[in-house]
Design a protein around this ligand. Structure first.
Ligand code: ACM
Length: 259
């Protein structure tokens, strides 16, 4: 199956320009069945005051970002995951929209908020796995990667492939995703942004990582890139490592400290 990551440089607070730009980049990913855009791809990230994000937060189904992505997904028979600021129940969430040929599927509200995000967003309280045909995808936004429990939970919920929208600023994630994928026998698409905002530099290095630790592709550190790769999203579904080890059955929750 063809999948794509889109590494882009959003314009801070310029939603219209970012939607236009993303639409052009999505053109280059036409052949992919699943496409991942970065976290907050349509607004930029490093908000300086709450009013900036409140002014751009939108409804998961009727907002301009959702409307544009639903239309593209329908036209191209594609699934698209993309980070945006969601207005829900009077609160603003750092969310990931997930749409497909059938229209809106879900809006995952980021569970693990990083640093100043805590000033601007409410945190979500539910991890999500969705089936698209035979494939189960797990939804993730950036800092969620830092907590091994996220991908472990998504794997235990049945996810084969993680769709990970990011605005990475710490240098660790691309290498860490190799371990996360190996320890859970899952595949992952991490789409990051590039550029700088008020002294915060985003590290690029979007990555497609396979369940056996292979880095299928890593994007450059500071340029935009659309990358389409052919992967088998379900290649890690059999959780056996060898005839005597199975990574689900061999866990020992009876000896772990889980809380
Ligand atoms: C991050 O979670 N955007 C670092």
């Amino acid at each position: 199956m063809k999948v794509a990551n889109i590494q882009m440089r959003p314009e801070f607070l310029d939603r219209e320009a970012n939607l236009d730009h993303a639409a052009r980049l999505l053109e280059q990913a036409r052949e992919a069945s699943i496409v991942v855009l970065p976290e907050l791809f349509n607004t930029g990230y490093n908000f300086q005051e709450k009013g900036q994000v409140e002014g751009l937060a939108e409804d998961a189904t009727s907002g301009p970002t959702s409307q544009m992505l639903q239309e593209i997904a329908r036209d191209r028979d594609q699934y698209i995951a993309a980070g945006y600021a969601e207005l829900y129940g009077g609160k603003v969430y750092n969310s990931q929209l997930f749409v497909g040929p059938e229209g809106f599927i879900s809006s995952y509200k980021k569970v693990h908020l990083f640093y100043n995000e805590k000033k601007f967003f409410s945190s979500g309280s539910k991890l999500e796995v969705h089936s698209i045909g035979d494939i189960n995808v797990g939804l993730m936004v950036c800092f969620d990667w830092f907590f091994p429990e996220t991908m472990r939970s998504l794997m235990l919920m049945g996810a084969d492939l993680m769709l990970h929208s990011a605005n990475l600023v710490l240098p660790f994630c691309p290498n860490a995703m190799v371990t996360r994928c190996v320890e859970n026998k899952v595949n992952a698409i991490t789409s990051n942004r590039v550029g700088e905002e008020f002294g915060l530099r985003y590290i690029g290095m979007s990555q497609i990582t396979a369940h056996d630790g292979t880095i299928v592709h890593r994007s450059p550190e500071s340029e935009e890139e659309v990358w389409v790769a052919d992967i088998d999203p379900m290649s890690g579904r059999d959780k056996s490592m060898n005839p005597l080890n199975n990574i689900i059955e061999d866990r020992r929750p009876d000896v772990y400290k889980l809380d």
